[in-house]
Unconditional design. Structure first.
Length: 315
């Protein structure tokens, strides 16, 4: 009896809105299907975030494509943004507070060789930088070396101090990974004392590696290295609680492995760094990174013109 009245009530309701009961049931089923898909996507995002805790939505969207295809889910990037926003899964950026560069020293500083340089293969341009990482109540310091063409982290090392003897370990790791002696390889860094020191410079020269450094203290002059620092810390390291240097080394090793083998990059056509670095074929990559250097070159030229004009006016 109750079901009969429900059917009669539903028929009247559909009549008021000018739709059929079949249309109502179809709409209800589609609404249920959408809600179910949203739950599935959220669960998958949480699963991915177990290993990549702070990975951004754009990267998630690319990583989810095989999953969408398998479950026949049609969802655009904006819809994914909205879904993550609704479920409080968007990632907020952190601000950098500590400087790790001391360029006021007696060692030679080298010119910037990469303003107009675009690598076309691996091991043509390495960029290096140092960043801090707070563990417990102390800070440790991570040295990174990255191959710009593939975005692969080829060398890394974490230590309690900013001493050159610590930083050089990342360079040794990168060199040990080389299968053949490099030709026409450029090593680019800031002008910090670690990179200008006699021991670091000598090791580069022993391998006939050209030395390039920033000249104006602008982060854009070493933009790719600055970016890698942010990715590793913001998306991974800051999520975990680490109390000892030993734990820090173990976590950093695991994180670099995830970054190199699983995290896609838009600037290398949404491939992972290792896919590009290990490829034996010529890849057509969307190399967005070079815009940083060209943009910075333009900015520097404009600043030089302005300073020259000001000097003439003052004269």
């Amino acid at each position: 009896m109750k079901n009969t009245f429900s059917r009669i009530g539903l028929a009247k309701l559909c009549g008021w809105f000018g739709i059929t009961r079949q249309a109502y049931y179809t709409h209800s089923w589609k609404a249920y299907e959408v809600v179910n898909q949203h739950h599935i996507v959220v669960d998958k995002v949480k699963e991915i975030r177990k290993n990549h805790p702070r990975i951004g939505t754009r990267k998630l969207f690319d990583m989810l494509q095989p999953f969408f295809k398998e479950y026949q889910i049609k969802m655009g990037r904006d819809a994914l943004f909205n879904l993550l926003y609704t479920n409080h899964l968007l990632v907020r950026k952190r601000k950098r507070k500590i400087s790790t560069t001391n360029s006021y020293h007696r060692f030679r500083k080298y010119p910037n060789l990469i303003r107009e340089f675009t690598p076309t293969a691996i091991n043509q341009l390495w960029v290096s930088d140092i960043t801090y990482w707070k563990i417990g109540e102390k800070h440790v310091y991570i040295s990174f070396i990255m191959d710009v063409y593939s975005h692969k982290i080829v060398g890394y090392y974490v230590a309690k101090t900013l001493e050159t003897v610590e930083t050089i370990q990342a360079l040794k790791m990168a060199l040990d990974d080389l299968k053949t002696e490099p030709t026409n390889l450029i090593h680019h860094s800031d002008r910090g004392i670690q990179y200008c020191s006699n021991s670091y410079v000598k090791l580069l020269q022993d391998y006939n590696i050209k030395i390039s450094m920033t000249e104006n203290g602008d982060p854009l002059e070493n933009a790719v290295a600055e970016r890698i620092n942010g990715i590793i810390k913001e998306e991974y390291l800051h999520i975990y609680k680490v109390n000892t240097l030993k734990e820090a080394k173990e976590l950093l090793k695991a994180v670099v492995n995830l970054y190199n083998n699983e995290r896609p990059h838009m600037s290398i056509s949404n491939l992972t760094p290792n896919q590009v670095h290990q490829s034996t074929e010529k890849l057509k990559l969307n190399k967005l990174w070079k815009n940083y250097y060209k943009k910075n070159s333009t900015i520097v030229k404009q600043e030089q013109d302005v300073n020259q004009t000001v000097n003439l006016l003052q004269y």
